[in-house]
Design a protein around this ligand. Structure first.
Ligand code: 5GP
Length: 355
């Protein structure tokens, strides 16, 4: 079986996907046609092959996309497109995350925003799209204590009313802005009400103190965690705490290389954690902005770090253990993996692992 086919057909779990960063070229084109007066070109919303940007420039790209996606109708459209695109890449379980926004011009409220994402998830389900989708409500660290608290309240409301679709909170946004310390009360409240926590952490250097505070919560998963380990200026005690609590890392290879927080694929911290045998879920982060797909990220992980197909299979299967939905969903996914395996890995497991 050709490599491209193998990675495409590999069943996958996507746990770190920001909605507006995941909007594809095709959806961007539709949005540009809807809003020609904005004078936005597709090249302003994506970072192509071989291109690099500073993290600051990446955050500017999100602002352009936010101008294009500013109504309930837009959110419904992009969420539906993104879900279908992940399903076409054989992602069987997806946790989407997004920061609720209010837009005066279109009458969008934060509540409408979340409703639109939930509607997209429900509609895809009704149409029989073969993917289980959940939602994490995102806190943008830039906006401080009060907004974070409001966001958690919104998430709590929807956790109760969405039939299990809202499962957690994401902490994201420009890591050089805002203080993690200010957001602790909101994050603690979320935790106490049963929302899971996925926190961007140590994405840039010199966040040791903040990472220590956030690890005290503790989070259920870590986004990036690039600078946690000692070789990257972190510390052994941070690593020990992540390992002791078995907190999975969400690994986004292309995003980190294109955003230049990591100097090259071979230098990516995935290697450090993978060699420790620590749970790592390969993810896309922003498949639209960084022009990637989850199948491509798995392929990159394999080619960069010399993983056999058997090892890649195990990596995707173990990501199921990191999902925020309940044990029943995990079991259903494991069953799916068991059914798909013989068609994809023709050799017995022991031999496949030697390749
Ligand atoms: P949205 O929340 O609007 O659906 O998705 C875009 C937002 O996700 C960005 O404005 C930013 O807050 C967050 N985001 C996307 N990618 C990254 C990333 O790599 N790091 C961090 N810290 N935040 C990100």
């Amino acid at each position: 079986m050709e490599d491209d086919v193998f990675y495409k057909e590999l069943p996958k779990v996507e746990l770190h996907a920001h909605l507006n960063g995941s909007v594809s070229v095709q959806s961007i084109e539709k949005l540009i046609q809807r809003k020609p007066e904005l004078n936005i070109q597709q090249s302003m919303t994506a970072i192509g092959k071989g291109q690099r940007r500073t993290l600051d420039e990446c955050f500017e790209v999100f602002k352009v996309i936010h101008k294009l996606v500013d109504s309930q109708e837009d959110i419904l459209m992009v969420a539906t497109d993104v879900i279908n695109e992940f399903a076409a890449d054989n992602v069987k379980y997806l946790e989407l995350r997004s920061t609720p926004r209010a837009e005066k011009d279109t009458g969008l409220t934060k509540k409408n925003y979340v409703e639109a994402v939930i509607k997209a998830i429900q509609q895809c389900k009704e149409e029989g799209v073969d993917i289980d989708v959940r939602f994490l409500v995102a806190i943008d660290r830039r906006n401080g204590t009060e907004v974070a608290m409001e966001t958690v309240k919104l998430a709590e409301e929807f956790m109760l009313s969405s039939g299990g679709l809202v499962v957690g909170i994401d902490l994201s946004g420009d890591p050089t802005v805002g203080r993690g310390r200010d957001l602790l009360p909101a994050l603690e409240k979320a935790r106490n009400s049963g929302l899971k926590l996925s926190l961007h952490m140590s994405e840039v250097p010199s966040q040791r103190e903040e990472s220590e505070l956030l690890l005290n919560l503790p989070p259920d998963r870590i986004g990036h965690g690039t600078f946690l380990h000692p070789e990257m200026g972190g510390s052994q005690s941070l690593v020990d705490r992540v390992v002791d609590r078995n907190i999975p890392l969400e690994i986004c290879l292309t995003s980190n290389v294109k955003g230049q927080t990591v100097s090259s694929y071979s230098q990516h911290h995935f290697k450090y954690w993978y060699q420790l045998g620590h749970p790592c879920a390969v993810c896309t982060d922003d498949k639209g902005v960084f022009c990637t797909e989850l199948s491509q990220e798995y392929q990159l992980a394999a080619s960069t770090f010399g993983l056999s197909r058997g090892a890649v299979w195990t990596l995707s299967e173990r990501a199921v253990d990191c999902i925020f939905a309940g044990e029943d969903v995990k079991q259903q996914l494991k069953q799916k993996w068991t059914e798909i395996r013989p068609g994809l890995l023709k050799l017995p497991e022991s031999k496949e692992n030697l390749l």
